[in-house]
Design a protein around this ligand. Structure first.
Ligand code: NAP
Ligand code: F7E
Length: 351
């Protein structure tokens, strides 16, 4: 009988939110999954454990500022598809470490494209582009051809990565695409991002473990979707006959305040009793409004978001509530929040 070769993929940023969901998605599709990860003083595989896939992935040490490790990871994995999700992805932190952000989030993309060009130009490449490219000032629906006006060192680094991806597509015919994803959230979201900061705090307040929730700009609006649905769009982009760039969004926008209200509603508490603001959580240069139009993705990829805003909030609050309850009952499992007690002692250099 003829042996059917499994498709192989290399995912960078496999320990992050999207990397973990995408790894699960591709394993379920029958892919052999390799993941690039960096050594940290405290290992960070909780998301892969949480999804029950840690044992099924082959991990390759790789740092995005080390071009040799990128080359090596591609040589070892011999992938059909690379999903480049690794990045210094926190906008706030990019004001604190702008140069590192440029190298990790921007320049590393070139290392992948150059290696693909030299080793095997048939490898398909996904670049994790972002709605932050549009920046502040656009109060309308944003599409693939809307102008970019990056408003943070993170967005500037991503702008470089976006264009170098397009240049390699045009110049060398590499199948390289940009997924311009608007914010997408889940119970695997990092704790410093506003949605998870809120869901985690609401769960703790409800259980008497915390007294208040301190945020920055409550009026900022985002187009928030559900991360497990968004990783499917990444795969769909690489299955098209021709490489192209796509906006992935929900066509809805909501303020941080609406997210807060909805989250407290999940536990029947009045948000006004617990919410505080502090300028230390406000950005120097804010992106006040983001709203995406996913019609091209709907038409060409047959992709559509399914989870509505209020359901997304419920999923996140309920999951954090379940985790804290289990934790209080003495159950031990892979979970980040107990090891990130508070942001109080972090000096925010960007203010
Ligand atoms: P995330 O949870 O912050 O994950 C980022 C990943 O990058 C982690 O695995 C992290 O590893 C890895 N990484 C960071 N610096 C690295 C380095 N120097 N070398 C190797 N790996 C490194 O981000 P996410 O939310 O999953 O987002 C995935 C990608 O999509 C990112 O590129 C992000 O910028 C982009 N994006 C995200 C959104 C969104 O709303 N989530 C929207 C648009 C675009 P550690 O675990 O070791 O830190
Ligand atoms: O901020 C406001 C904050 O940090 C959302 C990344 O995945 O999505 C993400 O970037 C909004 C901003 O995400 C707090 O000022 C208020 O207006 O959750 P965030 P982000 O900056 O939108 C894009 C698409 C990416 O590509 C990025 O990688 O919420 N906000 N108060 C706050 N934000 C935080 N973090 N903490 C607060 O206390």
């Amino acid at each position: 009988m003829k042996k059917i070769n499994k498709k192989k993929t290399l995912i960078t940023g496999i320990t992050g939110q999207d990397g973990a969901y995408l790894a699960k998605f591709l394993l379920d599709k029958g892919y052999e999954v390799y993941g690039g990860y960096r050594r940290l003083s405290t290992p960070n595989f909780w998301r892969l454990q949480y999804l029950g896939i840690f044992e099924k992935i082959k991990l390759i040490p790789m740092d995005l500022i080390d071009i040799n490790s990128i080359y090596e990871a591609i040589k070892i994995s011999q992938p059909d598809e690379i999903y480049h999700l690794g990045a210094q992805s926190f906008v706030g932190a990019s004001f604190d470490v702008p140069q590192a952000t440029a190298e990790i989030t921007g320049l590393a993309t070139t290392a992948f494209l150059e290696t693909i060009r030299h080793i095997n130009s048939k490898i398909k490449f996904y670049q994790a582009s972002t709605s932050e490219l549009y920046g502040d000032g656009a109060y309308s629906m944003l599409r693939e051809n809307s102008p970019f006006r990056p408003s943070s060192p993170y967005a500037v680094a991503k702008l470089y990565a976006y264009w170098i991806t397009r240049v390699y597509r045009e110049a060398y015919g590499i199948f390289a695409v940009n997924g311009i994803l608007f914010n997408h959230e889940s119970p695997l979201r990092g704790l410093e991002f506003v949605t998870r900061k809120i869901s985690n705090a609401v769960a703790k307040i409800y259980l008497g473990l915390e007294k208040e929730l301190v945020l920055g700009n409550l009026d900022a609006k985002r187009d928030w979707g559900y991360a497990p649905e968004y990783v499917e769009s990444m795969w769909l982009m690489l299955q098209q006959p021709e490489p192209d760039d796509f906006v992935i969004a929900t066509n809805e926008t909501h303020s941080v305040k609406e997210f807060v209200k909805e989250a407290f509603k999940c536990v029947s508490l009045n948000f006004q009793k617990y919410i505080k603001t502090n300028p230390r959580f406000k950005r120097k240069f804010e992106v006040n409004f983001l709203l995406g139009d996913y019609s091209k993705a709907k038409k060409r990829l047959n992709w559509e978001p399914k989870t509505k805003f209020s359901d997304l909030v419920k999923i996140m609050v309920n999951e954090d509530l379940n985790r804290w309850k289990k934790w209080q009952d003495g159950e031990r499992f892979a979970f980040d929040a107990p090891f990130y007690p508070s942001e109080k002692n972090i000096i925010n250099r960007s203010l």
